[in-house]
Design a protein around this ligand. Structure first.
Ligand code: PLP
Length: 383
C-alpha cells in the first residue's frame, strides 16, 4: 500500500508512534492544570512541547496558544479581529484559501457587515501581489485584516507571504496567514514572516490528530472563543489535549532533525515529474514554475478524468486525491479555475502528496503505478 495523501492527513510518524508506545506504557495521566505533582508533570511535558515548537518555529513560547487544530484557530482569529467593535470593514483574502477561511469570510460578510475583497491568482498558482497592492491602495483606511494562505493545500504552491506581510506591516494592518500546510513541511520562522497570526494542525505534521495551535505576534489580541478555567493564559478554555500536544513537540523536533531529507525529497519529486513528462508528452504539472512544497505534485493528462486515474491507482493500492469534475459546480476545482486552467486540465488532476522521509523506492513505485494507469486510460479515452 502506498499512501500519497499527506496533505490530507499525515499518518502518525515513526518517532511519534515510538513516543506514544513508551508514553502509554509509562501510563501517567492527569489534568495538566491540576496543582498536584502528577498535574505538574503533565504541565511540564506540555510546556516542553511548547518550547520545542517555539524554538523550531522562531517564536516565543508565550506566543503559542494550543487548540484543536487549524479550523478552530482560523475561527478564533476571525472572531478576535472582526469583533463588533471593529470599525474597519474590509477583509482582504485570496481565491486560493482553504474552505475554513472561505466560510469564515462568507459568515462575516453575510452576518456581520464586513466586505470581502479577493486577490486574483496568477497562472503559476501564486496570488497576484500587484492586484493586492491596488486593493490595498483603494481601501487602505478601512482594512480590518488580510488573510492569505502560506502554501496551498492542493497545488503546494508557496505564496509570497513575506511581501504581503511587509506591506501589511507598513500600513498597520493585521496579517493572518493560514500556515497549515507550510509548518512542518518547509522551514518557517514566525519572527521573519511579517505575520500577526499563523495556525497549525497536528495531523498535518505526523502528530496525533486533534490538536493544533495559533502563533500570535500579540496574544493579547485573541478574544476568548471557548470559555473555560483560564487555560492557555485565558485565551482558550478547556483542558488541553496534552497527549496530542506532546506529540506535536516530538513531530516538530523530528522535522528539525530531518532537514536534509527535505532537500532529497525535492530532488526526488523533480525527477519523478521529469520522468512522467518524458514518458507522456501531454503531462501537465500544476504550478510547475512556482516555488512549491517539496513533497507535493499535482499532475494531469488533459482529457483523462482525475477520478479515473485515482480509481485505477486504487486497484494497485496507491492512494492519491483528485478534484471533482468541472460539471460538479459545488465541488469544481475553484483553485485551479482561479489559475485560469481549463476544465480539461482541472478535471484531470491527481495530487500526489508525500512526507519528507519519502525515498527513491517510494517515488519509483508511484511512477510505475501512474505510468500503468495512464497507459491503460490513454487507450480507454482514445487519446
Ligand atoms: C490549508 C489548510 N487550512 C486549514 C485546514 C483545516 O485544518 P483542520 O481540518 O485540521 O482543522 C486544512 C486541512 O485540510 C488545510 O489544508
Amino acid at each position: 500500500m502506498i499512501y500519497a495523501d499527506y496533505n490530507g492527513s499525515a499518518p502518525i510518524s515513526t518517532s511519534v508512534t515510538e513516543y506514544l508506545k513508551e508514553r502509554f506504557n509509562q501510563g501517567e495521566y492527569s489534568n495538566p492544570n491540576a496543582t498536584h505533582e502528577l498535574g505538574r508533570k503533565m504541565l511540564f511535558k506540555m510546556e516542553d512541547a511548547r518550547r520545542s515548537l517555539a524554538r523550531v518555529l522562531g517564536c516565543k513560547s508565550s506566543q503559542i496558544t494550543f487548540n484543536s487544530g487549524s479550523s478552530e484557530g482560523i475561527s478564533h482569529i476571525f472572531h478576535s479581529i472582526l469583533s463588533s467593535e471593529q470599525k474597519k470593514k474590509i477583509i482582504i483574502t485570496s481565491e486560493i484559501e482553504h474552505m475554513a477561511i472561505v466560510q469564515a469570510c462568507d459568515y462575516y460578510e453575510k452576518r456581520r457587515g464586513f466586505k470581502t475583497e479577493t486577490i486574483k491568482t496568477l497562472e503559476n498558482g501564486q496570488v497576484d501581489v500587484n492586484h493586492f497592492k491596488s486593493i490595498l491602495e483603494t481601501h487602505k483606511d478601512n482594512i480590518a485584516m488580510v488573510t492569505v494562505i502560506a502554501a496551498n493545500n492542493e497545488t503546494g504552491v508557496i505564496q509570497p507571504y513575506q511581501e504581503i506581510g511587509k506591506l501589511c506591516q507598513d500600513n498597520n494592518i493585521i496579517f493572518f496567514s493560514d500556515t497549515t500546510q507550510y509548518i512542518g513541511k518547509t522551514p518557517f520562522k514566525f519572527e521573519d514572516s511579517y505575520m500577526d497570526f499563523a495556525v497549525s494542525s497536528s495531523h498535518k505534521i505526523g502528530a496525533l490528530i486533534g490538536s493544533g495551535f495559533i502563533i500570535s505576534k500579540n496574544p493579547e489580541l485573541l478574544r476568548p472563543f471557548i470559555f473555560g478555567g483560564g487555560q492557555e493564559s485565558g485565551h482558550r478554555g478547556g483542558t488541553q489535549n496534552y497527549l496530542g500536544i506532546e506529540t506535536m513537540g516530538v513531530a516538530i523536533e523530528d522535522f528539525e532533525r530531518n532537514q536534509e531529507w527535505l532537500r532529497k525529497v525535492h530532488e526526488l519529486r523533480e525527477r519523478f515529474e521529469a520522468n512522467m513528462k518524458n514518458k507522456f508528452a501531454q503531462v501537465y504539472i500544476v504550478g510547475e514554475s512556482a516555488p512549491r512544497l517539496a513533497s507535493t505534485t499535482m499532475i494531469a493528462i488533459p482529457g483523462i478524468p482525475g477520478q479515473a486515474v485515482q480509481a485505477v491507482l486504487e486497484t494497485e493500492k496507491v492512494y492519491v486525491t483528485t478534484s471533482s469534475a468541472c460539471s460538479d459546480k459545488k465541488a469544481g476545482n475553484r483553485i485551479l479555475e482561479s489559475m485560469g486552467l481549463d476544465c480539461n486540465i482541472s478535471g484531470s488532476v491527481v495530487r500526489v502528496s508525500l512526507c519528507m522521509n519519502s525515498n527513491q523506492a517510494l517515488y519509483d513505485r508511484i511512477e510505475e503505478a501512474l505510468t500503468n494507469a495512464y497507459n491503460k486510460l490513454i487507450e480507454v479515452y482514445k487519446l
